[in-house]
Design a protein around this ligand. Structure first.
Ligand SMILES: O=C[C@H](O)COP(=O)(O)O
Length: 251
């Protein structure tokens, strides 16, 4: 039985003060960690404050990106060592906005995924097709290539511990969510690729989220699908009330 995982991706939103106020508002209202893994993926500048604030609380903190080297002359980058030393436990890798605006390739996502596991960070590996690819009926081909590229060389234990997020690019921030049936089909396909690459045990352990215009009103439809284990949520994770409602709608 896989535990649900609901992750808010704040993207480039909120000041540190707003982030503190958010955590104070949800404090005491987040379900216990044995029911759901609750994750907030915040900007780098907020991580130190947030990891301190959520101590002893059922909220984990994630980063939205990182570099794969441990240290060195990489101006502007953040390493896995820096993240894990703060108590950060998750890191989003290969988000479509990183792929689109910052030229992230499958090879880079793979190097980052390996580095994340070496430093005990759980990668949330994002895959998904854009509108043009969907219209050309290339969804599965695109997702398969991204997924195989990202998992290259990861051990069975590392693959099992990873989280995969299927986020069709055309559904991100547009209000046009994929139907639960369509999302479920692609996610079942993703699980079958994991089985091909590893085995049935890894495929049934890995958690796969849906992302793309998830809101309190539609989360339950996605969570009802047996292969969907959670959601990666942008816009609807920015307000405490809505975030708490997403957590309530998890099952
Ligand atoms: O990482 C989250 C996704 O990009 C979804 O964003 P959204 O919920 O605002 O559509």
């Amino acid at each position: 039985m896989r535990k649900p995982i609901i992750a808010g991706n704040w993207k480039m939103h909120m000041t540190v003060d707003e982030a503190k106020a958010f955590v104070q508002e949800v404090d005491g209202l987040v379900p216990s960690a044995d029911q759901v893994d609750t994750v907030i993926c915040a900007p780098f500048t907020h991580l130190s404050t947030l990891t301190e604030l959520v101590q002893e609380r059922p909220i984990a903190i994630g980063a939205q990106n990182m570099y794969f080297e441990e240290q060195g002359a990489f101006t502007g980058e953040i390493s896995p060592v820096m993240l894990s030393s703060l108590g950060v436990t998750y890191v989003i890798l290969g988000h479509s906005e990183r792929r689109q605006y910052f030229n992230e390739t499958d090879e880079l996502v793979n190097a980052k995924a390996k580095a994340a596991h070496q430093h005990k960070l759980i990668p949330i590996i994002c895959v998904g097709e854009n509108l043009e690819e969907r219209e050309k009926d290339e969804t599965k081909e695109v997702v398969q290539k991204q997924l195989i590229g990202a998992l290259q060389g990861l051990s069975s234990a590392e693959a099992s511990a990873s989280v995969i997020a299927y986020e069709p690019v055309w559904a991100i921030g547009t209000g046009k969510s994929s139907t639960a049936e369509d999302a479920g089909d692609v996610i079942s396909f993703i699980r079958s690729i994991v089985e091909d690459q590893y085995d049935q045990q890894v495929a049934s352990a890995v958690r796969i989220q849906y992302g793309g215009s998830v809101k309190p009103e539609n989360i339950a439809e996605y969570m009802a699908h047996p292969d969907i284990d959670g959601a990666l949520v942008g816009g609807a994770s920015l307000k405490p009330t809505s975030f708490l409602q997403l957590l309530e709608g998890r099952s």
